[in-house]
Ligand binder design. Structure first.
Ligand code: GAR
Length: 197
Protein backbone atom coordinates (compact mmCIF):
# COMPACT_ATOMS: atom_id res chain seq x y z
CA UNK A 1 0.00 0.00 0.00
CA UNK A 2 1.13 3.49 -0.80
CA UNK A 3 1.84 5.29 2.48
CA UNK A 4 0.45 8.80 2.36
CA UNK A 5 0.09 11.89 4.55
CA UNK A 6 -2.81 14.28 3.95
CA UNK A 7 -2.57 18.04 4.41
CA UNK A 8 -6.01 19.67 4.62
CA UNK A 9 -7.44 22.95 5.90
CA UNK A 10 -11.16 22.55 5.32
CA UNK A 11 -14.18 20.34 5.04
CA UNK A 12 -12.17 17.35 3.87
CA UNK A 13 -14.56 15.85 1.33
CA UNK A 14 -11.58 14.78 -0.79
CA UNK A 15 -9.97 13.27 2.29
CA UNK A 16 -13.24 11.42 2.99
CA UNK A 17 -13.26 9.98 -0.51
CA UNK A 18 -9.75 8.63 0.04
CA UNK A 19 -10.80 7.14 3.38
CA UNK A 20 -13.83 5.45 1.81
CA UNK A 21 -11.84 4.04 -1.10
CA UNK A 22 -9.11 2.83 1.20
CA UNK A 23 -11.67 1.14 3.49
CA UNK A 24 -13.32 -0.53 0.52
CA UNK A 25 -9.98 -2.15 -0.35
CA UNK A 26 -10.38 -0.97 -3.93
CA UNK A 27 -7.50 1.39 -3.49
CA UNK A 28 -4.12 0.42 -2.12
CA UNK A 29 -3.31 3.39 0.05
CA UNK A 30 -2.50 3.61 3.72
CA UNK A 31 -3.41 7.05 5.14
CA UNK A 32 -0.81 7.37 7.89
CA UNK A 33 -1.76 10.82 9.13
CA UNK A 34 -3.87 13.91 8.53
CA UNK A 35 -2.23 17.23 9.26
CA UNK A 36 -4.45 20.30 9.43
CA UNK A 37 -3.64 23.93 10.15
CA UNK A 38 -7.19 24.70 11.36
CA UNK A 39 -8.42 23.49 14.74
CA UNK A 40 -12.09 23.61 13.67
CA UNK A 41 -11.67 21.99 10.25
CA UNK A 42 -14.24 19.41 9.15
CA UNK A 43 -11.46 17.04 8.13
CA UNK A 44 -10.65 16.43 11.82
CA UNK A 45 -13.93 14.68 12.60
CA UNK A 46 -13.49 12.60 9.47
CA UNK A 47 -10.09 11.43 10.75
CA UNK A 48 -11.54 10.72 14.21
CA UNK A 49 -14.48 8.76 12.81
CA UNK A 50 -12.11 6.58 10.82
CA UNK A 51 -9.42 6.15 13.46
CA UNK A 52 -6.83 7.93 11.38
CA UNK A 53 -4.21 9.72 13.40
CA UNK A 54 -4.21 13.46 13.00
CA UNK A 55 -2.34 16.49 14.19
CA UNK A 56 -3.40 20.13 14.29
CA UNK A 57 -0.43 22.36 13.46
CA UNK A 58 -1.47 26.03 13.48
CA UNK A 59 0.90 28.68 12.22
CA UNK A 60 -0.26 31.07 14.96
CA UNK A 61 1.16 28.68 17.57
CA UNK A 62 4.67 29.13 16.20
CA UNK A 63 7.08 32.01 16.42
CA UNK A 64 7.57 32.09 12.67
CA UNK A 65 6.74 30.28 9.45
CA UNK A 66 9.99 28.34 9.56
CA UNK A 67 9.14 26.73 12.92
CA UNK A 68 5.59 26.01 11.75
CA UNK A 69 6.83 24.31 8.61
CA UNK A 70 9.54 22.41 10.51
CA UNK A 71 6.89 20.93 12.76
CA UNK A 72 5.01 19.67 9.71
CA UNK A 73 8.20 18.35 8.11
CA UNK A 74 9.19 16.52 11.32
CA UNK A 75 5.70 15.09 11.75
CA UNK A 76 5.72 13.71 8.21
CA UNK A 77 9.29 12.44 8.48
CA UNK A 78 8.51 10.51 11.65
CA UNK A 79 6.22 8.34 9.55
CA UNK A 80 7.34 6.26 6.65
CA UNK A 81 5.56 8.44 4.05
CA UNK A 82 5.90 7.92 0.31
CA UNK A 83 3.54 10.68 -0.86
CA UNK A 84 2.21 13.90 0.67
CA UNK A 85 -1.23 14.92 -0.62
CA UNK A 86 -2.51 18.48 -0.29
CA UNK A 87 -6.28 17.97 -0.33
CA UNK A 88 -7.72 21.41 0.27
CA UNK A 89 -4.58 22.80 1.91
CA UNK A 90 -4.94 26.57 1.88
CA UNK A 91 -1.56 27.67 3.15
CA UNK A 92 1.25 28.68 0.81
CA UNK A 93 4.42 26.82 1.74
CA UNK A 94 8.03 27.96 1.34
CA UNK A 95 10.48 26.57 -1.23
CA UNK A 96 12.37 24.98 1.64
CA UNK A 97 9.27 23.01 2.64
CA UNK A 98 8.42 22.01 -0.92
CA UNK A 99 11.99 20.90 -1.62
CA UNK A 100 11.92 18.62 1.44
CA UNK A 101 9.36 16.54 -0.44
CA UNK A 102 10.53 17.09 -3.99
CA UNK A 103 8.56 14.90 -6.40
CA UNK A 104 6.69 13.41 -3.46
CA UNK A 105 4.05 16.06 -2.87
CA UNK A 106 0.94 16.70 -4.93
CA UNK A 107 -1.85 19.28 -4.76
CA UNK A 108 -5.43 19.40 -6.01
CA UNK A 109 -6.65 22.73 -7.31
CA UNK A 110 -10.16 23.73 -8.47
CA UNK A 111 -9.32 25.13 -11.92
CA UNK A 112 -7.75 24.07 -15.17
CA UNK A 113 -4.24 25.24 -14.37
CA UNK A 114 -2.49 27.42 -15.41
CA UNK A 115 -5.79 29.37 -15.37
CA UNK A 116 -7.04 30.79 -12.07
CA UNK A 117 -4.21 30.08 -9.66
CA UNK A 118 -4.61 31.06 -6.00
CA UNK A 119 -7.20 30.63 -3.30
CA UNK A 120 -10.26 31.96 -5.18
CA UNK A 121 -10.09 29.85 -8.30
CA UNK A 122 -13.81 29.14 -8.67
CA UNK A 123 -14.87 32.74 -8.03
CA UNK A 124 -12.33 33.91 -10.56
CA UNK A 125 -13.63 31.53 -13.21
CA UNK A 126 -17.09 33.09 -12.68
CA UNK A 127 -15.86 36.69 -12.63
CA UNK A 128 -13.92 36.06 -15.82
CA UNK A 129 -17.02 34.62 -17.45
CA UNK A 130 -15.23 31.34 -18.19
CA UNK A 131 -17.28 28.82 -20.14
CA UNK A 132 -15.16 25.97 -18.93
CA UNK A 133 -13.29 25.24 -15.74
CA UNK A 134 -12.21 22.05 -14.00
CA UNK A 135 -9.74 20.64 -11.55
CA UNK A 136 -6.05 19.85 -11.70
CA UNK A 137 -3.69 17.67 -9.72
CA UNK A 138 0.00 18.49 -10.00
CA UNK A 139 3.33 17.83 -8.34
CA UNK A 140 4.05 20.77 -6.08
CA UNK A 141 6.89 23.11 -6.92
CA UNK A 142 7.96 26.25 -5.06
CA UNK A 143 5.98 28.56 -7.35
CA UNK A 144 2.33 28.52 -6.22
CA UNK A 145 -0.05 26.30 -8.22
CA UNK A 146 2.58 25.29 -10.73
CA UNK A 147 4.57 22.10 -11.25
CA UNK A 148 4.09 19.09 -13.51
CA UNK A 149 0.45 18.23 -14.09
CA UNK A 150 -0.66 14.69 -13.30
CA UNK A 151 -4.30 14.92 -14.34
CA UNK A 152 -7.03 17.42 -15.19
CA UNK A 153 -10.76 17.13 -15.73
CA UNK A 154 -12.93 19.76 -17.37
CA UNK A 155 -16.35 21.09 -16.40
CA UNK A 156 -18.58 23.17 -18.65
CA UNK A 157 -20.13 26.23 -16.99
CA UNK A 158 -23.65 27.10 -18.05
CA UNK A 159 -25.57 30.36 -17.57
CA UNK A 160 -27.54 28.71 -14.79
CA UNK A 161 -24.47 27.89 -12.73
CA UNK A 162 -23.33 29.82 -9.69
CA UNK A 163 -20.58 29.50 -7.09
CA UNK A 164 -22.49 26.82 -5.22
CA UNK A 165 -23.38 24.62 -8.20
CA UNK A 166 -19.90 24.86 -9.70
CA UNK A 167 -18.27 24.05 -6.36
CA UNK A 168 -20.53 21.04 -5.96
CA UNK A 169 -19.89 19.77 -9.49
CA UNK A 170 -16.17 20.30 -9.11
CA UNK A 171 -16.14 18.28 -5.91
CA UNK A 172 -17.69 15.35 -7.73
CA UNK A 173 -14.95 15.59 -10.37
CA UNK A 174 -12.23 16.04 -7.77
CA UNK A 175 -13.32 12.90 -5.95
CA UNK A 176 -12.62 10.94 -9.15
CA UNK A 177 -9.48 12.77 -10.20
CA UNK A 178 -7.62 12.79 -6.87
CA UNK A 179 -7.58 9.01 -6.33
CA UNK A 180 -6.55 8.41 -9.95
CA UNK A 181 -3.81 11.00 -9.57
CA UNK A 182 -2.55 9.40 -6.37
CA UNK A 183 -2.32 6.06 -8.17
CA UNK A 184 -0.44 7.74 -10.99
CA UNK A 185 1.87 9.62 -8.62
CA UNK A 186 2.53 6.42 -6.65
CA UNK A 187 3.45 4.65 -9.85
CA UNK A 188 5.76 7.47 -10.87
CA UNK A 189 7.39 7.61 -7.43
CA UNK A 190 7.92 3.88 -7.12
CA UNK A 191 9.19 3.52 -10.66
CA UNK A 192 11.42 6.57 -10.36
CA UNK A 193 10.17 8.20 -13.55
CA UNK A 194 10.97 11.67 -12.32
CA UNK A 195 14.65 11.10 -11.58
CA UNK A 196 13.99 11.19 -7.84
CA UNK A 197 16.24 9.28 -5.44
C1 GAR B 1 -11.12 21.56 -3.12
O1 GAR B 1 -12.04 22.04 -4.06
C2 GAR B 1 -9.70 21.86 -3.56
O2 GAR B 1 -9.54 21.80 -4.95
C3 GAR B 1 -9.52 23.26 -3.04
O3 GAR B 1 -10.13 23.23 -1.79
C4 GAR B 1 -11.25 22.36 -1.82
C5 GAR B 1 -11.23 21.48 -0.60
O4 GAR B 1 -12.40 20.73 -0.50
N1 GAR B 1 -8.14 23.61 -2.96
C6 GAR B 1 -7.66 24.83 -3.19
O5 GAR B 1 -8.38 25.77 -3.48
C7 GAR B 1 -6.16 24.96 -3.08
N2 GAR B 1 -5.74 26.27 -3.49
P1 GAR B 1 -12.53 19.57 0.58
O6 GAR B 1 -11.99 20.13 1.90
O7 GAR B 1 -13.98 19.26 0.66
O8 GAR B 1 -11.70 18.40 0.12
Amino acid sequence: KLKIAILASGEGSNFQELIDLSNSNKFDIDIKILITNKSEAGCISRAKNSNISYKVIKSSDYENKDYFENEIINTIKKQDIELVVMAGWMKIMSSKFVNEFKNKIINIHPSLLPSFKGSNAIKEAITNDAKITGCSVHFVEPEVDSGPLIMQAALAISDKDNLETITQKLHILEHKVLPLSISQAGYIIRNKFMGND
